[in-house]
Design a protein around this ligand. Structure first.
Ligand code: 4AD
Length: 418
């Protein structure tokens, strides 16, 4: 009941009180304090007893201990009646109410806990890369090249020229290698996804890394280390650990090493487990494995999977072919139970002619990619990297039903407000 905004304040006639945040309350037991916050819940007992749970963003007061107030003041009242806070969130009639009223929903305990854990996850990602000497860069989001196919590009008018919202910072990260060495970025990526699923957003936070002089195996190890290192870091922070276990009482950190499964063996697995296409036929080598069968397989296997070596035709123009089988690429998707794909990565083509053939195969005009192509002219090296969908990582770790609950204000087809 977020009905009233209250400040519990010292009576000016009494001795001075120390202004504290609620998180500091335990350390200040027995002292006169001044606490300001919002009424989280209000319970009235009898004629003149009221119990207030107060929140100030740093914690909740009266969950673990009590404040006896000798002076309090209301600084702003929220409306009651039809317009009351609780009436605004009645999602039974229409679940989209929760997205329309997201600015109020985030005041709730579980939504705010997810956002709080998210903040620590972001910090842990950065700490991981910092501890390994990566440099963070901030590539632009307004671009004139595609990375992951024309089908999901948002375009807009850029001073009379056609431009796009970035699908991935990867190409820019690659250009940083000869300058800065290993790099990472966390930018917003944009995908004009024309369907509603539990794991697709139109705008998402994309954590990407790129490394020079590595092998495909080293790339796989880095992904595994990032995921496990981040979980460990998040759980080593006491207050965040508590939130994680409140949200997911049976959370278990993933075990290393992750299962490595080649695409061709995944096709075999789908056959052996009778997982078929919608038309009743089996998936064959060369088919894209869509979300539903991928999820079915991942949930059956029940542990993280590094799905490797996808066919050239179903992957992007920049992916390096395997030397022992040129039909497939040094590519990987990390699949997690409950969500499916969370990470996509690969080794990149380092040879100029091979890259030009890649553009051609995908029908891409190489002209605006001159700067990307130049990497294969001026000191080309083997290199590779990956992108991790932050909301998908959170949906996996905190067992959320949809990525829409894992960001502040989700953007998806049909919603760009609030
Ligand atoms: O697999 P994707 O498309 O790979 C790339 O963009 C590479 N260029 C990244 C790289 O190598 N630097 O996307 C990477 C990840 C996916 O695994 C998924 O977690 C997330 O981005 N992702 C989305 N998350 C939410 N909504 C969407 N519409 C997403 N599309 C991709």
């Amino acid at each position: 009941e977020d009905a009233k905004l209250i400040v519990l304040e010292q009576n000016p006639t009494l001795q001075q009180a120390t202004k504290i945040k609620i998180r500091e309350a335990v350390a200040n037991r027995g002292r006169r304090v001044k606490v300001s916050g919002w009424v989280h819940r209000l319970r009235t007992q009898g004629k003149d007893m009221k119990f207030v749970i107060l929140r100030d963003g740093s914690g909740y007061l009266q969950y673990n201990h009590e404040l006896s107030a000798d002076y309090w003041e209301v600084i702003h009242k929220a409306p009651g009646g039809d317009d009351a806070f609780t009436n605004k969130l009645n999602a039974e009639a229409d679940p989209s109410v929760l997205y329309e009223q997201r600015h109020l929903v985030i005041r709730g305990e579980s939504s705010s806990s997810v956002l709080r854990v998210r903040s620590q996850i972001m910090k842990a990602f950065r700490e991981y890369f910092d501890s390994r000497g990566f440099t963070e860069v901030n590539p632009p989001c307004m671009v004139q090249t595609q990375v992951e196919g024309g089908g999901t590009l948002f375009d807009f008018n850029y001073y009379g020229e056609k431009a796009y919202l970035s699908q991935s910072s990867q190409l820019y990260l690659e250009t940083c290698l000869p300058s800065l060495g290993d790099v990472y970025s966390c930018s917003e990526s944009y995908r004009a996804e024309k369907s509603h699923t539990r794991r697709h957003l139109s705008e998402y936070s994309h954590l990407e890394a790129e490394m020079a002089f590595i092998t495909f195996d080293e790339l796989l190890n880095t992904i595994e280390e990032l995921v496990c290192g981040t979980v460990d870091r998040v759980l080593s922070h006491g207050p965040t650990r508590d939130l994680v276990y409140q949200l997911v009482p049976d959370f278990k950190p993933p075990q290393r090493p992750f299962m490595r499964l080649d695409y061709k063996d995944a096709i075999k697995y789908l056959k052996e487990h009778d997982i078929k296409k919608e038309d009743g036929t089996f998936y064959e080598f060369g088919d894209d494995i869509p979300e539903a069968p991928e999820r079915a397989m991942t949930d059956k296997i029940g542990c993280p999977i590094l799905l490797c070596r996808f066919p050239v035709e179903i992957k992007s123009f920049y992916m390096k072919r395997c030397s022992d089988d040129p039909r497939v690429t040094e590519s990987v998707d990390m699949l997690m139970p409950g969500v499916g794909e969370i990470v996509g990565g690969s080794m990149r083509i380092s040879d100029l002619d091979e890259l030009l053939a890649g553009y051609k195969r995908e029908g891409i005009n190489p002209e605006p990619y001159y700067w990307y192509t130049d990497q294969r002219k001026y000191g080309s090296t083997e290199h590779g990297g990956f992108g991790l969908g932050v909301e998908r990582f959170i949906a996996w770790m905190l067992h959320r039903d949809t990525v829409k609950e894992c960001c502040l204000y989700p953007r998806f087809m049909g919603r760009c407000l609030p």
